[in-house]
Design a protein around this ligand. Structure first.
Ligand SMILES: [Zn+2]
Length: 169
C-alpha cells in the first residue's frame, strides 16, 4: 500500500496544475495497476460491493461521463490527498474509489424536496437502466418520476442515460 501511495504522490506532483480530468485518469490508472491485489483482498474479505465498484471503475470510459461536476474544490482535495497517508489498505482504496465516483457523478442544481439542499446527484442502478436522484445531505433517493425509493447500490449515471432521461436536469 505504501508503494501505491508514493506512486500517487509522485503522479500528483508531476501533474501540478491538475485538472479534475487528469486527476481522474491518474486515480483510475492507479486502481487498474493494483487491480489484482484489490481483487484478492475483496475476495478474501467477501467485500462484494467493493468488488462491484472495482469492476465499474476498471471498465469505466471517462468519455461517457460528465467529469468534475460536483462543485468540490479539487485543488484542495488533491493537496490534501498528498499530505495525508491512509493507515490501511482498505482506507486507501476507499479514498481512491470515492474520488473516482465523485469525479464522474453528475450533480444537478435541482433542489432536494426534503432538505432544500441543491446538490442532487444523478445515479443509476447496477443494470444502468433507471435514473435516481440522490441527496448527499439527507440521503433522500427519488426515482425519475419523483417516487421515494430505498437507497440501494447505485452508480453515477453516464451522459447517454442522463440525456435520455425525461426529467430535464
Ligand atoms: Zn436532501
Amino acid at each position: 500500500m505504501k508503494d501505491m501511495w508514493i506512486e500517487l504522490k509522485k503522479e500528483v506532483l508531476i501533474l501540478r496544475d491538475t485538472t479534475p480530468l487528469r486527476f481522474l485518469e491518474c486515480l483510475i490508472y492507479l486502481i487498474k495497476n493494483n487491480q489484482n491485489i484489490l481483487m484478492t483482498f475483496f475476495t478474501k474479505e467477501k467485500l462484494e460491493t467493493d468488488m462491484f465498484i472495482l469492476k465499474f471503475i476498471t471498465q469505466l470510459d471517462i468519455k461517457d461521463y460528465y467529469v468534475g461536476s460536483t462543485g468540490n474544490d479539487y485543488e484542495l482535495i488533491i493537496k490534501k490527498s498528498i499530505e495525508e497517508e491512509p493507515t490501511d489498505y482498505y482506507s486507501f482504496w476507499k479514498f481512491l474509489s470515492n474520488m473516482v465516483l465523485d469525479l464522474v457523478v453528475f450533480v444537478t442544481d435541482k433542489v432536494c424536496p426534503n432538505c432544500k439542499s441543491d446538490h442532487l446527484r444523478v445515479l443509476t442502478d447496477r443494470e444502468q437502466i433507471n435514473i435516481y436522484l440522490y441527496c448527499e445531505t439527507c440521503f433522500l433517493c427519488i426515482s425519475e418520476v419523483g417516487e421515494n425509493v430505498e437507497e440501494k447500490e447505485l452508480l453515477p449515471a453516464n451522459i447517454q442515460l442522463i440525456q435520455s432521461c425525461k426529467c430535464n436536469f
